[in-house]
Write a protein that binds this ligand. Structure first.
Ligand code: NAP
Length: 504
């Protein structure tokens, strides 16, 4: 039974707040996992006083500001539901689509030369109840993380959170402040890291660089795997905390959480293996342990994606997170390349700059300025990408891609990839920042179509905008007596030697 549907349960007596059907839904406390310099629109940096990781309401404000700045609102029709997208009868000649919409109960149809599907992949909850024997006997409540908003109604409850993804981890940490006990069950383990890397730097400003990507690809796989595990274990020793992924050095999407370690250490969150069976009031785990008196289960088991508005659903071929799209964007078998799926990828990098580059690539394809190879080559490319996914992510069943490699692939096709050699010869300071510094979105606006004249300056000032929001009190520089002692030592050493010689 669902937490929301059972009226006799005291918890559900509180205000009901169901997520809106067909739309993504988040809990109140979601903050971004990518920092502002790595997730901004490439020609629209965040205000410098914005914090590095941003609350969802501020991110929404930033998106509004962007739309206003570029005068986009007049192009957007809000509160309009797309109910059907179908090929026009003359599609093979024109590539045109008929799009049916509903607004205020009124249906309308219009013809479009091209369509971009940007519906995301966090709308349809993956609630795999069939994988959990006995759930029908369970007398407590359960819900999917999509329905979770805030912790109040969980006060004093014993809660099991299933799934060690970003949702599961955030929710377990938040619930641990009010629940009597939280158990966090993980099937395959996960890499968990803090948003804050060494010296308080945002993790992604340090780790998402061309240098690290080059090294990762250049080094023998065994060595790069070893380095990867070492760096992931620097903050949290995953073996000791029960977090270690079962698929070794897989580059699966990390979980970013700044509090889980302390919550585990304080015992308010306990990591458990996968659930074997639900009983009336207890849960049996795969290691044979049983947890009694569990009141609520939160299934933070992720999402699946769907395109119910496509009349012919086979156009966007994607099943179980395995997507057959050329460059993860275009269905390869279409007679005319006039449909693009934007944002159906996942990487260490952020969604906004990825979608920006995808859109720029798709526009060139629509305009015929970037021609696609023959279908057989596109299919071979898709297969090759799947093989590469197995190498890095241990599965082809994933939307994961390598961020910089993917961004470079798309931007080189449209002439917007930074040319490192040319940069080194013409602007060596910038070249060093581009190669060794954060691979921030501005890099993909330095040159080519969509070039932004502020990109170079934005790269040179990105660390200033990063430091600004935390420098809220003028603090003296760190001092240490060691350098002073060394200088004094060096000054007095000759004198000491002279005195010693004279004395003897
Ligand atoms: P997710 O990343 O897909 O994680 C789902 C979890 O559920 C995984 O740990 C998975 O285990 C587990 N799972 C799935 N099916 C299962 C089954 N049948 N039995 C047992 N375990 C199962 O989903 P999410 O955490 O909801 O995140 C969705 C996306 O939103 C991600 O991209 C995430 O980064 C993003 N997100 C971002 C934030 C933020 O920015 N602050 C917050 C929340 C979510 P395995 O690993 O073993 O497959």
């Amino acid at each position: 039974m669902s937490l929301w549907d059972e009226p006799t349960k005291p918890m559900s007596a509180q205000k009901k707040e169901k997520p809106e059907e067909g739309r993504a839904s988040i809990y109140r406390t979601v903050f971004t996992n990518s920092c502002k310099e790595m997730m901004c629109y490439p020609d629209f940096p965040f205000p410098d006083d914005y914090p590095n990781y941003i609350h969802n309401t501020r991110l929404q404000q930033y998106i509004r500001d962007y739309a206003q700045h570029f005068d986009l609102l007049r192009h957007i029709r809000f509160k309009t539901l797309v109910t059907k997208i179908r090929k026009r009868p003359d599609f093979s000649a024109t590539g045109q689509w008929e799009v049916v919409t509903r607004r205020d109960g009124k249906e309308e149809a219009a013809v479009f030369d091209a369509v971009m599907v940007c519906t995301g992949h966090h709308v349809y909850p993956n609630l795999p109840l069939a994988h959990f024997p006995g759930i029908e006997k369970f007398k407590g409540c359960y819900l999917h993380s999509r329905e979770y908003k805030e912790p109040e109604k969980f006060k004093g409850k014993k809660v099991l959170v299933v799934g060690l993804g970003n949702s599961g981890c955030d929710i377990a940490v938040e619930l641990s402040t009010v629940a009597s006990q939280v158990y966090l069950s993980s099937r395959g383990g996960s890499w968990v890291m803090s948003r804050v890397w060494n010296f308080g730097c945002p993790w992604d400003m340090v780790l998402i660089t061309r240098f690290w990507t080059w090294l990762d690809n250049f080094l023998p796989k065994a060595v790069s795997d070893w380095l990867y595990v070492r760096s992931m274990n620097k903050q949290y020793k995953h073996e000791d905390l029960g977090l270690m992924p079962v698929d070794g050095a897989s580059r699966k999407e990390p979980v970013l959480n700044d509090d889980i370690l302390s919550r585990i250490t304080c015992g308010v969150v306990q990591i458990k293996p996968n659930v074997k069976e639900f009983r009336e009031t207890s849960v049996l785990f795969e290691d044979g342990t049983v947890q009694d008196n569990v009141d609520v289960v939160v299934f933070a088991t992720g999402y699946s994606h769907a395109f119910p508005f496509m009349e012919d659903e086979s156009v966007i071929e994607s099943r179980n997170n395995e997507v057959a799209l050329y460059k993860c964007i275009v269905p390869p078998q279409l007679e005319k390349p006039t449909l693009a799926v934007i944002g159906l990828v996942q990487s260490f990098g952020s969604a906004i700059p990825t979608a920006d580059v995808q859109c720029r690539w798709a526009i060139k394809v629509f305009q015929g300025l970037c021609t696609l190879p023959p279908v057989s080559e596109m299919l071979e490319d898709i297969e090759e990408k799947k093989r590469n996914k197995v190498k890095w992510f241990r599965t082809s069943n994933t939307l994961q891609t390598d961020y910089i490699t993917y961004m470079d692939e798309l931007t080189s096709a449209i002439g917007a990839k930074p040319n490192m050699l040319k940069l080194l010869l013409t602007d060596p300071r910038l070249a060093l920042k581009v190669f060794f510094g954060p691979c921030s979105p501005y890099q993909f606006r330095l040159t080519g179509p969509g070039k932004w004249s502020g990109a170079r300056r934005a790269i040179f000032t990105q660390w200033d905008r990063t430091l600004k929001p935390t420098r809220t009190r003028e603090a003296p520089p760190a001092t240490s007596t060691l350098p002073t002692l060394l200088v004094l030592g060096m000054l007095f050493l000759p004198l000491l030697l002279l005195l010693t010689v004279l004395y003897w």
